[in-house]
Design a protein around this ligand. Structure first.
Ligand code: SF4
Length: 331
């Protein structure tokens, strides 16, 4: 049984379907990357799984944690499961940590809540956890407040909280994006080690394909709130079939600079439309160089070998895609 099984997950707001029919699994000890540009639906998917969607957003479908459906249980039960069996690491730890509470108390809180430890036992366990995430002088830092720590140390604190109850699943949403580049690698190496030691399933939301290649086993690409491709890291990163995954890969290896402003140019032609502004049919149609008339209808997500792909004209297909001119424009 998968540690986390997401089935037909959709998120709606004010009549708009922001995430549609997302399905994937993460097994114990497996690391799955959820990739895509901002606005692709990655973080909404993650927030829906753990029941932390904002006001006005609603989710349907299933997110099974073992034999319990996180979307079907009561809010009380969901709170028990969060932090106990599924742990979260956010992009900005400052928003997740309580600025008025000492670090040691925040780390020990989950152990008091979910494991029934006394205040003293939780304080001792917190210091051990801080040492485990390689915080120097953990006893001293346990008495500090979040604002007294650097961004890198705060993210280590988040990891200590995440692993405190030996979760089945760790969900990390861009865990190093807010950090200095020099700190990012060390924090990721730590996350890599902790997940390995815990044997937890990891769902890593990231836009960094170098990290995906080093840390993950499988990749799920999202665009327009849908899964457009999934498969093993080896096959996805060496021979992407969906034009969007292909463009993400090309963009990750080439940074263009605007000659006039000196600013980085968008690496993929066009930009992600606002919610509700995606074209009918394939959501990538307006940006896709392989688009044809057929793409005005939504391609089904089909299994091809170890891969699932939603595209009428996948990259690498032998025959020329019907309706595409040599310039890649619609006939
Ligand atoms: S070829 Fe068509 S279906 Fe495939 S990604 Fe491009 S627009 Fe979408």
């Amino acid at each position: 049984m998968a540690a986390l099984s997401v089935r037909d997950l959709s998120v709606r707001a004010q009549g708009l379907e922001l995430v549609r029919d997302v399905s994937f699994e993460v097994h114990s000890g497996e690391r799955v990357a959820l990739i895509g540009e901002s606005g692709s639906g990655k973080s909404l998917t993650a927030m829906a799984i753990v029941g932390l969607l904002g006001r006005g957003l609603s989710a349907s479908g299933e997110a099974r944690l073992g034999d319990e459906d996180l979307l079907g249980v009561s809010e009380r039960r969901r709170c028990q499961l969060r932090g106990d069996r599924i742990a979260l690491i956010f992009q900005d730890p400052m928003t997740a940590l309580d600025p008025t509470m000492r670090i040691g108390r925040q780390v020990g809180e989950a152990l008091r809540q979910h494991r029934g430890l006394s205040r003293r036992q939780a304080a001792e366990a917190a210091v051990k956890l801080l040492a485990r995430v390689e915080i120097p002088d953990p006893a001293r830092y346990a008495h500090s407040y979040p604002h007294q720590l650097s961004g890198g140390l705060r993210q280590r604190v988040m990891m200590a909280i995440a692993i405190s109850c030996d979760p089945d699943v760790i969900l990390a949403d861009e865990p190093t994006t807010a950090l200095d580049v020099t700190v990012q690698r060390r924090v990721l190496e730590l996350l890599d080690r902790l997940v390995r030691e815990e044997g937890s399933a990891l769902l890593l939301i990231t836009h960094d394909l170098a990290v995906v290649s080093e840390m993950c086993d499988r990749v799920v690409t999202m665009y327009g709130g849908r899964v457009v491709e999934s498969g093993s890291v080896e096959s996805m990163l060496t021979a992407p079939q969906h034009p969007y995954t292909d463009a993400l890969l090309a963009a990750s290896s080439a940074v263009s600079i605007d000659g006039a402003s000196g600013e980085p140019l968008p690496a993929i032609a066009g930009s992600v439309p606002a919610a509700g502004q995606f074209p009918p049919g394939c959501p990538y149609r307006d940006r896709c160089p392989r688009a044809s008339q057929q793409c005005t209808t939504m391609p089904p997500l089909e299994a091809v070998g170890d891969r699932t792909v939603a595209c009428w004209h996948p990259v690498g297909r032998e025959e020329p895609a019907a309706g595409i001119t040599t310039e890649g424009t619609l006939k």
